[in-house]
Design a protein around this ligand. Structure first.
Ligand code: PGA
Length: 258
Protein backbone atom coordinates (compact mmCIF):
# COMPACT_ATOMS: atom_id res chain seq x y z
CA UNK A 1 0.00 0.00 0.00
CA UNK A 2 1.22 3.52 -0.78
CA UNK A 3 1.51 5.75 2.28
CA UNK A 4 -2.02 7.09 2.71
CA UNK A 5 -2.93 10.76 2.63
CA UNK A 6 -5.95 12.10 4.49
CA UNK A 7 -6.80 15.70 3.65
CA UNK A 8 -9.45 17.79 5.40
CA UNK A 9 -11.03 20.43 3.16
CA UNK A 10 -12.50 23.07 5.46
CA UNK A 11 -14.04 24.99 2.53
CA UNK A 12 -15.48 28.33 3.71
CA UNK A 13 -15.95 27.46 7.38
CA UNK A 14 -14.70 28.89 10.69
CA UNK A 15 -13.58 32.37 11.66
CA UNK A 16 -9.85 32.88 12.16
CA UNK A 17 -9.98 32.34 15.97
CA UNK A 18 -12.22 29.29 15.52
CA UNK A 19 -9.96 27.82 12.86
CA UNK A 20 -6.88 28.34 14.98
CA UNK A 21 -8.49 26.73 18.01
CA UNK A 22 -9.67 23.82 15.90
CA UNK A 23 -6.22 23.31 14.37
CA UNK A 24 -4.71 23.15 17.85
CA UNK A 25 -7.31 20.61 18.89
CA UNK A 26 -6.51 18.47 15.85
CA UNK A 27 -2.85 18.75 16.70
CA UNK A 28 -3.52 17.13 20.07
CA UNK A 29 -5.82 14.42 18.71
CA UNK A 30 -4.28 13.53 15.38
CA UNK A 31 -0.54 13.93 15.90
CA UNK A 32 -0.10 10.39 17.16
CA UNK A 33 -1.32 8.89 13.86
CA UNK A 34 1.01 10.87 11.68
CA UNK A 35 3.73 8.23 11.64
CA UNK A 36 1.51 5.94 9.58
CA UNK A 37 -0.43 8.39 7.38
CA UNK A 38 0.09 11.86 5.95
CA UNK A 39 -2.48 14.25 7.42
CA UNK A 40 -3.16 17.57 5.70
CA UNK A 41 -5.68 20.28 6.54
CA UNK A 42 -6.87 22.83 4.00
CA UNK A 43 -8.12 25.89 5.92
CA UNK A 44 -9.39 29.08 4.25
CA UNK A 45 -6.56 31.30 2.97
CA UNK A 46 -7.13 34.04 5.55
CA UNK A 47 -6.05 31.77 8.41
CA UNK A 48 -3.37 29.70 6.69
CA UNK A 49 -0.37 31.62 7.97
CA UNK A 50 -1.60 31.67 11.54
CA UNK A 51 -2.30 27.94 11.47
CA UNK A 52 1.04 27.18 9.80
CA UNK A 53 2.77 28.87 12.73
CA UNK A 54 0.60 27.11 15.30
CA UNK A 55 1.41 23.71 13.76
CA UNK A 56 5.12 24.29 13.35
CA UNK A 57 7.07 21.19 14.35
CA UNK A 58 3.93 19.07 14.17
CA UNK A 59 3.53 16.40 11.48
CA UNK A 60 0.13 17.73 10.34
CA UNK A 61 0.72 19.60 7.09
CA UNK A 62 -1.31 22.46 5.69
CA UNK A 63 -2.54 23.35 2.25
CA UNK A 64 -4.43 26.06 0.40
CA UNK A 65 -7.79 25.37 -1.23
CA UNK A 66 -6.82 27.19 -4.41
CA UNK A 67 -4.03 29.27 -5.92
CA UNK A 68 -3.63 31.39 -9.04
CA UNK A 69 -1.57 30.53 -12.12
CA UNK A 70 0.44 33.73 -12.00
CA UNK A 71 3.05 34.69 -9.40
CA UNK A 72 1.86 38.28 -8.98
CA UNK A 73 -0.03 41.06 -10.70
CA UNK A 74 -3.44 42.65 -11.10
CA UNK A 75 -5.58 39.68 -9.97
CA UNK A 76 -7.80 41.14 -7.25
CA UNK A 77 -8.82 38.59 -4.67
CA UNK A 78 -6.39 35.87 -5.73
CA UNK A 79 -3.47 34.33 -3.87
CA UNK A 80 -0.45 33.10 -5.78
CA UNK A 81 1.62 29.94 -5.35
CA UNK A 82 4.65 32.17 -4.85
CA UNK A 83 2.99 33.58 -1.71
CA UNK A 84 2.47 30.06 -0.38
CA UNK A 85 5.88 28.71 -1.28
CA UNK A 86 8.24 27.72 1.49
CA UNK A 87 5.75 27.47 4.36
CA UNK A 88 2.55 25.96 2.97
CA UNK A 89 2.93 22.35 1.85
CA UNK A 90 -0.02 21.57 -0.39
CA UNK A 91 -2.54 23.19 -2.69
CA UNK A 92 -5.87 21.78 -3.83
CA UNK A 93 -6.61 22.43 -7.48
CA UNK A 94 -9.75 21.78 -9.49
CA UNK A 95 -12.27 21.13 -6.74
CA UNK A 96 -15.71 20.75 -8.32
CA UNK A 97 -16.94 23.84 -6.46
CA UNK A 98 -14.19 25.84 -8.17
CA UNK A 99 -15.08 24.28 -11.51
CA UNK A 100 -18.83 24.78 -11.16
CA UNK A 101 -19.30 27.96 -9.10
CA UNK A 102 -16.24 29.85 -10.31
CA UNK A 103 -16.16 28.48 -13.85
CA UNK A 104 -12.58 27.25 -13.72
CA UNK A 105 -11.69 25.53 -16.96
CA UNK A 106 -9.46 22.55 -17.69
CA UNK A 107 -6.97 24.87 -19.35
CA UNK A 108 -6.79 27.21 -16.34
CA UNK A 109 -6.36 24.25 -14.02
CA UNK A 110 -3.43 23.05 -16.11
CA UNK A 111 -1.79 26.47 -15.69
CA UNK A 112 -2.49 26.45 -11.94
CA UNK A 113 -1.02 22.97 -11.60
CA UNK A 114 2.17 23.97 -13.45
CA UNK A 115 2.53 27.16 -11.37
CA UNK A 116 2.06 25.32 -8.08
CA UNK A 117 4.63 22.65 -8.95
CA UNK A 118 7.07 25.34 -10.05
CA UNK A 119 6.89 26.71 -6.51
CA UNK A 120 7.36 23.24 -5.06
CA UNK A 121 3.89 22.94 -3.61
CA UNK A 122 2.43 19.45 -3.53
CA UNK A 123 -0.78 19.38 -5.51
CA UNK A 124 -4.03 17.53 -4.90
CA UNK A 125 -5.89 17.67 -8.20
CA UNK A 126 -9.62 16.97 -7.95
CA UNK A 127 -11.59 15.37 -10.78
CA UNK A 128 -15.09 13.95 -10.89
CA UNK A 129 -18.27 13.57 -12.89
CA UNK A 130 -21.61 15.28 -12.20
CA UNK A 131 -24.82 13.38 -11.53
CA UNK A 132 -26.01 13.88 -15.12
CA UNK A 133 -22.72 12.59 -16.48
CA UNK A 134 -22.79 9.65 -14.10
CA UNK A 135 -26.33 8.71 -15.05
CA UNK A 136 -25.48 9.00 -18.74
CA UNK A 137 -22.61 6.53 -18.24
CA UNK A 138 -20.03 9.19 -19.15
CA UNK A 139 -17.77 8.90 -16.10
CA UNK A 140 -14.73 7.50 -17.95
CA UNK A 141 -14.97 10.10 -20.70
CA UNK A 142 -15.24 13.01 -18.24
CA UNK A 143 -12.42 11.81 -15.99
CA UNK A 144 -10.16 11.21 -18.99
CA UNK A 145 -10.80 14.72 -20.32
CA UNK A 146 -10.31 16.44 -16.95
CA UNK A 147 -7.17 14.53 -16.04
CA UNK A 148 -5.45 14.59 -19.44
CA UNK A 149 -6.09 18.34 -19.76
CA UNK A 150 -4.88 19.16 -16.24
CA UNK A 151 -1.60 17.24 -16.50
CA UNK A 152 -0.82 18.22 -20.10
CA UNK A 153 2.89 19.07 -20.32
CA UNK A 154 3.41 18.51 -16.58
CA UNK A 155 6.64 16.86 -15.49
CA UNK A 156 7.04 15.45 -12.01
CA UNK A 157 10.21 15.11 -10.03
CA UNK A 158 8.62 12.92 -7.41
CA UNK A 159 5.39 10.90 -7.34
CA UNK A 160 4.32 12.54 -4.09
CA UNK A 161 4.23 15.96 -5.74
CA UNK A 162 0.89 15.20 -7.36
CA UNK A 163 -2.06 13.30 -5.93
CA UNK A 164 -5.41 12.91 -7.61
CA UNK A 165 -8.68 13.17 -5.68
CA UNK A 166 -11.52 11.36 -7.39
CA UNK A 167 -14.65 13.12 -6.19
CA UNK A 168 -17.90 12.24 -7.91
CA UNK A 169 -19.81 15.53 -7.73
CA UNK A 170 -23.02 13.69 -6.81
CA UNK A 171 -21.30 12.33 -3.70
CA UNK A 172 -20.01 15.66 -2.36
CA UNK A 173 -21.91 16.85 0.69
CA UNK A 174 -24.86 14.60 -0.15
CA UNK A 175 -24.31 11.78 2.33
CA UNK A 176 -24.34 9.44 -0.67
CA UNK A 177 -20.77 8.20 -1.06
CA UNK A 178 -19.78 6.13 -4.08
CA UNK A 179 -19.63 2.42 -3.33
CA UNK A 180 -16.08 1.23 -2.64
CA UNK A 181 -16.19 -0.96 -5.78
CA UNK A 182 -17.33 1.86 -8.03
CA UNK A 183 -14.75 4.26 -6.60
CA UNK A 184 -12.00 1.67 -6.95
CA UNK A 185 -12.90 0.94 -10.55
CA UNK A 186 -12.82 4.63 -11.54
CA UNK A 187 -9.59 5.10 -9.65
CA UNK A 188 -8.12 2.17 -11.62
CA UNK A 189 -8.88 4.17 -14.76
CA UNK A 190 -7.17 7.20 -13.18
CA UNK A 191 -4.09 5.05 -12.47
CA UNK A 192 -3.95 3.97 -16.12
CA UNK A 193 -4.23 7.59 -17.26
CA UNK A 194 -1.40 8.53 -14.90
CA UNK A 195 0.73 5.73 -16.37
CA UNK A 196 0.23 7.24 -19.79
CA UNK A 197 1.53 10.63 -18.59
CA UNK A 198 3.99 9.76 -15.85
CA UNK A 199 5.14 6.25 -16.77
CA UNK A 200 6.64 4.33 -13.85
CA UNK A 201 6.00 7.16 -11.35
CA UNK A 202 2.28 6.43 -11.64
CA UNK A 203 2.45 3.33 -9.45
CA UNK A 204 3.68 5.47 -6.53
CA UNK A 205 1.26 8.37 -6.98
CA UNK A 206 -1.59 8.63 -4.54
CA UNK A 207 -5.21 8.59 -5.59
CA UNK A 208 -7.71 9.74 -2.96
CA UNK A 209 -11.43 9.25 -2.80
CA UNK A 210 -13.65 12.19 -1.82
CA UNK A 211 -17.41 12.59 -1.41
CA UNK A 212 -19.26 11.96 1.84
CA UNK A 213 -16.42 10.11 3.54
CA UNK A 214 -17.44 9.43 7.14
CA UNK A 215 -16.16 7.32 10.05
CA UNK A 216 -18.78 4.74 9.02
CA UNK A 217 -17.55 4.18 5.47
CA UNK A 218 -13.85 5.08 5.77
CA UNK A 219 -12.59 1.57 6.42
CA UNK A 220 -14.39 -0.09 3.51
CA UNK A 221 -13.11 2.63 1.17
CA UNK A 222 -9.52 2.45 2.40
CA UNK A 223 -9.46 -1.32 1.98
CA UNK A 224 -9.72 -0.92 -1.80
CA UNK A 225 -6.54 -1.52 -3.76
CA UNK A 226 -6.53 1.81 -5.62
CA UNK A 227 -7.66 4.05 -2.75
CA UNK A 228 -4.69 5.70 -1.08
CA UNK A 229 -6.53 8.10 1.17
CA UNK A 230 -9.39 10.56 1.31
CA UNK A 231 -10.31 14.16 0.69
CA UNK A 232 -12.80 14.85 3.46
CA UNK A 233 -15.15 17.84 3.55
CA UNK A 234 -17.98 17.90 6.10
CA UNK A 235 -16.50 15.25 8.39
CA UNK A 236 -13.20 17.14 8.58
CA UNK A 237 -14.97 19.95 10.45
CA UNK A 238 -15.65 17.70 13.44
CA UNK A 239 -12.53 16.59 15.28
CA UNK A 240 -13.92 13.22 16.47
CA UNK A 241 -15.07 12.30 12.94
CA UNK A 242 -11.86 13.39 11.24
CA UNK A 243 -9.82 11.55 13.87
CA UNK A 244 -11.86 8.38 13.40
CA UNK A 245 -11.35 8.49 9.63
CA UNK A 246 -7.60 8.77 10.17
CA UNK A 247 -7.70 6.01 12.76
CA UNK A 248 -9.61 3.69 10.39
CA UNK A 249 -6.97 4.35 7.74
CA UNK A 250 -4.15 3.52 10.14
CA UNK A 251 -5.92 0.27 11.06
CA UNK A 252 -6.16 -0.71 7.41
CA UNK A 253 -2.45 0.06 6.91
CA UNK A 254 -1.57 -2.04 9.94
CA UNK A 255 -3.78 -4.96 8.94
CA UNK A 256 -2.12 -5.03 5.50
CA UNK A 257 1.34 -5.14 7.04
CA UNK A 258 0.77 -8.33 9.00
P1 PGA B 1 -17.80 16.05 1.67
O1 PGA B 1 -16.90 16.99 0.72
O2 PGA B 1 -16.85 15.14 2.41
O3 PGA B 1 -18.52 16.99 2.57
O4 PGA B 1 -18.70 15.28 0.75
C1 PGA B 1 -15.78 16.50 0.07
C2 PGA B 1 -15.15 17.59 -0.74
O5 PGA B 1 -15.85 18.45 -1.27
O6 PGA B 1 -13.90 17.62 -0.88
Amino acid sequence: MRRPLIAGNWKMHFTVPEGLEYALRLRREVERYASAVDVVILPPAVMLWEIANALRGCPIEIGAQNAAWEDQGPFTGEISPKMLAGWCHYVLIGHSERRQLFNETDEELNRKLQAALRHRLKVILAVGETLDEYEAGRTAEVITRQLDAAVYGVELESPIDLSIAYEPVWAIGTGRAATPDYANETMGLIRRLLEKSFKRLASEMRILYGGSVTPANARSLMEQSEIDGALVGGASLKAPDFTQIIQATVEVVQSQRV
